[in-house]
Ligand binder design. Structure first.
Ligand SMILES: CC(C)(COP(=O)(O)OP(=O)(O)OC[C@H]1O[C@@H](n2cnc3c(N)ncnc32)[C@H](O)[C@@H]1OP(=O)(O)O)[C@@H](O)C(=O)NCCC(=O)NCCS
Length: 145
């Protein structure tokens, strides 16, 4: 049974462990403790039998806009609807917060994520050349709420 809920302070360590497994070359852990202090509503986790198996990190970037910074599901738990649960919960929370537009960026090679976000109603709006530190391009994707 998978439960999606807000991240708690005691989840920070297992959350970061999973984050660095999925995204090994990115981010200073302090970024996430700061984000948690600034906007805890944007940090969601998926828990299965007491284990954190997925997370979403988002922020409300202005009065009516939000961004998804990271979304990840542990290997072995993918394609079971967990990413969708996290995303839907975030979109509901943002609707309550008065958000009208949600944006995110995705690597052009990340076919799974592109297909995932398209399925959830995001459209590709533009290509951003050299967006990532290794030089890869990204797509900006947007969904109106
Ligand atoms: C993208 C990600 C979060 C999706 O999570 P998930 O729990 O596997 O997603 P769901 O089970 O809810 O999948 C829903 C839909 O996403 C798409 N999708 C997910 N994995 C896919 C794959 N391997 N190939 C093609 N489409 C895929 C499909 O449309 C799928 O619907 P379907 O199963 O009915 O075909 C997960 O693959 C992941 O953690 N990837 C690595 C991290 C990453 O790239 N994050 C996104 C950028 S921040």
């Amino acid at each position: 049974m998978v439960k999606v809920r807000g991240l708690r302070r005691e989840d920070l360590f297992p959350f970061m462990n999973l984050l660095f497994r999925i995204f090994p070359h990115r981010y200073d852990p302090a970024t996430f403790t700061s984000l948690y202090e600034i906007y805890p509503k944007g940090m969601l986790v998926a828990e299965a039998d007491g284990e954190i198996v997925g997370f979403l990190v988002g922020i409300k970037s202005s009065r009516d806009k939000a961004r998804i910074l990271l979304l990840g599901v542990k290997d072995g738990f993918r394609r079971k609807g967990i990413g969708s649960l996290l995303l839907k919960r975030f979109l509901i929370e943002m609707t309550f917060e008065g958000v009208k537009q949600v944006r995110l960026e995705v690597r052009t090679s990340n076919r799974e994520a592109i297909s995932f976000y398209r399925k959830h109603g995001f459209s590709m709006v533009r290509l951003i050349k050299g967006l990532y530190e290794d030089g890869e391009d990204g797509y900006l994707m947007v969904k109106m709420l």
